[in-house]
Ligand binder design. Structure first.
Ligand code: NAP
Length: 425
């Protein structure tokens, strides 16, 4: 039976989960997959933490040179996170003839173009199923199961922290601040939550997923990004009243040579399957030209689900004699014949606070009409004193038309504030 030796770099949450699976399910994997996978080395800064997890002393190292020189190590799992030194370590491992499996979405999104050629030149594999949507096998679905199709659309709830916060706000009426605090207490959100709540994490994942789905480089810099920090309890309530829930959606579309990629809070109709994805769960909805719609759902983070995705890559890699790389040749910049849409079309939910007097609503709707934004629904709510909140649901309109209209509305003396502009699915 084939014997494969693995090293893990970074024994934190995900590295620890990976170690537990590779040791705990060693016999099961050996029996069902026909490959004997052993963890030979664990690299980390903290010896005591590593030994405390049951790793034998002989397996511990804090030296990347030792890993590079060890000819018996076939596959290296990178679960340290961050860009450096992870990038340098991964390149070193690839150059030493070892395949690499990583969960590092930021690194893959930013430097995939630099890492893939090194893997290719050395005839080794670079795998990153765990970098997107934790335990949900989305990358293998895109690369190994959708070959018959042109994927034209991808909608994902691909960040568990923001989905947890929005679910709490929707179901318990929590404020954004209270829901974030709870997510931090439960370990779903970092002390510094920026990467999640400002949409960076979802943007990195969307860059990877849409590149694979659309067979062209989708740099993260070409993705429109907006986080959830401005979502208020009022927005959540309005969404409910209108038959929607608010989700942070990652949206990718390709039509011929036109690609659209964006991450932003979105009104999702309550009867859409993505509306039922609650708490820290994730889901990705894909549309292929022949398969039609499919949806993958599961845990997008955590030691065990993410470890499961890493081990799936380790097994996949261990069973291969040769490795495959992107068919389109991932690059630093987008292909010149691809046009990235900035003026996309959507329906919009708009909320403004305006003087509660005759003619004000007419002035606002006139501007919307002049900018080509047609209104589906207007709701004026009881205000306090001279001001009242008004919400609009539009028909499908162009992003730039809506932004131009909002700029003009904001200048009206009778409008106190533009409170919300949320795109609808
Ligand atoms: P973590 O718990 O902080 O684990 C990282 C481990 O690597 C820690 O033990 C850390 O030690 C060690 N480490 C970092 N830099 C090192 C270095 N230069 N030399 C030696 N050891 C080093 O992080 P994590 O949550 O497991 O995340 C790891 C990766 O998985 C990240 O890329 C993340 O984006 C990705 N990921 C995580 C999840 C999740 O649910 N957590 C899900 C999907 C993907 P110190 O603590 O001393 O720094």
């Amino acid at each position: 039976m084939k014997r494969v030796n693995v090293a893990i770099m970074g024994l934190g949450v995900v590295g620890g989960g990976t170690y537990d699976i590779l040791t705990g399910n060693h016999d099961h994997i050996k029996r069902t997959q026909g490959v004997d996978i052993r963890v030979k080395k664990v690299l980390d800064r903290d010896r005591e933490r590593v030994l405390g997890r049951g790793v034998p002393e002989s397996a511990f190292t804090d030296s990347i040179d030792e890993l590079a020189a060890d000819k018996d190590i076939d596959i290296v799992v990178e679960t340290m996170g961050g860009v450096e030194p992870a990038k340098t370590f991964i390149i070193r491992m690839l150059q030493s003839g070892k395949s690499v499996v990583t969960a590092n979405k930021e690194l893959i999104s930013k430097y995939w173009y630099a890492l893939e050629p090194v893997a290719k030149a050395n005839g080794v594999g670079l795998y990153f199923e765990a970098s997107c949507v934790g335990g949900v096998p989305i990358i293998r679905t895109l690369t190994e199961s959708m070959q018959a199709n042109r994927v034209c659309e991808l909608y994902g709830i691909i960040n568990g922290t923001t989905n947890y916060i929005l679910t709490k706000m929707t179901e318990d009426g929590s404020s954004y601040e209270a829901a974030l605090r709870e997510a931090q207490q439960l370990g779903y959100a970092e002390f510094n939550p920026t990467a999640d709540v400002d949409g960076f994490d979802a943007m990195y994942k969307l860059s990877i997923l849409s590149s694979l789905a659309f067979h062209t480089t989708v740099p993260y810099g070409n993705i429109y990004r907006e986080g959830i920090t401005r979502i208020t309890a009022e927005d959540i309530k309005s969404a409910r009243d209108l038959g929607y829930v608010i989700k942070l959606l990652a949206i990718g579309r390709r039509e011929n040579d036109r690609v659209e990629a964006r991450v932003h809070p979105t009104f999702v109709p309550v009867d859409h399957p993505l509306a039922g994805v609650r708490g820290s769960f994730n889901a990705v909805w894909l549309t292929g030209d022949y398969v039609d719609d499919i949806m993958l759902y599961g845990r997008g983070a955590g030691a065990r689900p993410t470890g499961s995705a890493i081990v799936s890559d380790v097994v996949f890699c261990a069973k291969r004699k040769t490795h495959e790389y992107t068919d389109f040749g991932i690059a630093e910049k987008a292909d010149s014949h691809i046009e990235f849409a900035t003026d996309f079309s959507s329906k919009y939910y708009l909320a403004v606070t305006a003087c509660d007097r005759a003619g004000v609503l007419a002035a606002v709707t006139k501007i919307l009409g002049e900018c080509g934004v047609s209104i589906r629904n207007i709701l004026q709510k009881g205000g306090e004193g001279e001001y009242a909140p008004v919400t609009f649901l539009t028909h499908t309109a162009k992003e730039k038309s809506v932004m131009t209209a909002l700029e003009k509305i904001d200048k009206l003396e009778s409008v106190r504030s533009i409170d919300s502009c949320i795109r609808c699915l």
